[in-house]
Design a protein around this ligand. Structure first.
Ligand code: ZN
Length: 159
């Protein structure tokens, strides 16, 4: 249960960080493109990802070698050309592009779920119940784990 709480805490931290990082990336990507790729051995295929023009793109390229990491800047911001996900194909590559606002909205949705979860835990704690499952802890020793789900009652809470 303790390990589970730690994983939950790490996941929450990552999600909150993404909620801040994604809009910053979105703004920064209007002034530049960051391209990262991995060379696959078979047929000289390349797997790449890029952030640029407010978009996040993934693709497979068979057209020779590209740098593993490449950053290109520009003087004026490039307003996003596309606001919806789209598939790009040419004779040497196929790619999927997702505008950054979509993963950001998804992350914000997860943040609101986390917030609701934390409020519920706080509420249960105040009522003297297990923060994990809501089982009444009346009559249990303060250090005893919950008989229902095994959650240990920590003073500061799980996350
Ligand atoms: Zn419980």
């Amino acid at each position: 249960m303790k390990k589970c709480a730690r994983v939950k805490s790490i996941a929450r931290t990552i999600i909150w960080s993404l909620a801040v990082l994604l809009p910053l990336m979105w703004i920064a990507s209007l002034w530049g493109t960051c391209y990262g790729s991995v060379q696959l051995v078979h047929n000289g295929l390349q797997l790449g990802a890029l952030v640029g023009d407010g978009e996040l793109g993934f693709g497979i390229n068979s057209n020779g070698w590209l740098p593993a990491s490449f950053i290109a800047g520009r003087d004026t911001p490039a307003w996003p050309r596309e606001w919806l996900p789209h598939i790009t194909t040419s004779n040497s590559m196929i790619g999927v592009t997702v505008p950054l606002w979509i993963p950001w909205i998804m992350v914000l949705g997860l943040c609101s779920l986390i917030r609701r979860d934390q409020q519920r835990e706080k509420q249960r704690r105040l009522l003297g119940c297990c923060p994990g499952c809501g089982y009444s802890r009346t009559g249990l020793a303060s250090g005893a784990p919950c008989p229902e789900c095994g959650t240990l009652l920590t003073p500061e809470g799980v996350g």
